[in-house]
Design a protein around this ligand. Sequence first.
Ligand code: SF4
Ligand code: SF4
Length: 374
Amino acid sequence: MFFHVILTTECDLQCRYCFGETLEDFDEDFADIDVEYSLPKKANYDFAQLAGFCRKDPDCVVTFYGGEPLLCASEIKQIMDMVKPKHFMIQTNGLLLDKLEPEYVNRFHTILVSVDGNEALTDHYRGKGTFRKVIDNVKLIVQNGFRGELIARMTVMEQTDIYKQVTWLLDNSEFTFSSVHWQLNAGFWGNDYARRNFKNWSETSYVPGVKRLARFWVDQMEEKGRVLRLYPLLGIANSLLFNEKNSLLRCGGGWINYAIQTDGHIIPCPTMWGMKNYYLGHVIDADPLKLRKFFVTEPCTACKILGVCGGRCLYANITKRWSSEAYATVCNTVRGLVSAVEAELPRIRQLINDNRLSLRDFEFMKYNGCEIIP
Ligand code: SF4
Ligand code: SF4
């Protein structure tokens, strides 16, 4: 099982799609969901309880999460000294990566660092100077011996040209990433759709950009014999190649990938913090292998591509913060992604048949924080 350990609810950035939206969205509430807003700002339970909880699952993976988890470097060190999961990972904005000693950083199996593309775009979304600091820090950790997987985690919305930004991250003079994941800012807030241009952008820029990216991805396989870890493409290609018919939610939220709040309560996914109806127990006595499971409901259950999509996002499906019409525009992006990969599948199969690639090149650790369906 995978557990996002939420160390703090605080963050040292004020990104447009997160802090900016909380300002615009402050009067929105969840109709039928009882939300506890007064959670402790920092993890306040005994980490020995977390150690005991993890011991019950031989395949336990712990991912530090926030807010910004590196605001709690000392708690990270305490946990890494005390808890013995199979792997540690972290999702961070990268600003404080230089503050954690290499002996800890180098133990991470995977680091997901938020970067939205080139300097202009990253700083536009995340604040001036963010890009420079983050890139300096990722260079530093590699220099200091980090050899795990470093994934550029992009948040994507209307100002993003997906093809341009992903290809930039893969090849530039600053820092070259070989693993990239992106997630759409869609369905998380209550009243943003009406004031945004999401539909038009997704149809005229994003989906065509994803198709172009899928072509580029396979061109790279043909020209260089390498499968770049572009997670949304990789995840879909993996299912198609391995004949997986009925994917469950690909982020794992609610069935294999849970989160632990700052007060120690377990929830289906980190975004569902405070949603009391979904509390699944507490690290003090819960069994990680017997947690209740949640699955998406309508409209996903009636959707023809549920088996390949998996339902995209449990939080969006439960809270229905976007109207049916808005939800459908997001589903069109999923269809676009799936058909973009399907269109390239004959070329991929040919490369495998010619022994220029192997099926193993399309394997990856699932539920590592990449949701696959953006
Ligand atoms: S495409 Fe949309 S409706 Fe269909 S399974 Fe995915 S999220 Fe659900
Ligand atoms: S995709 Fe949705 S359900 Fe999955 S982890 Fe993200 S917010 Fe949670």
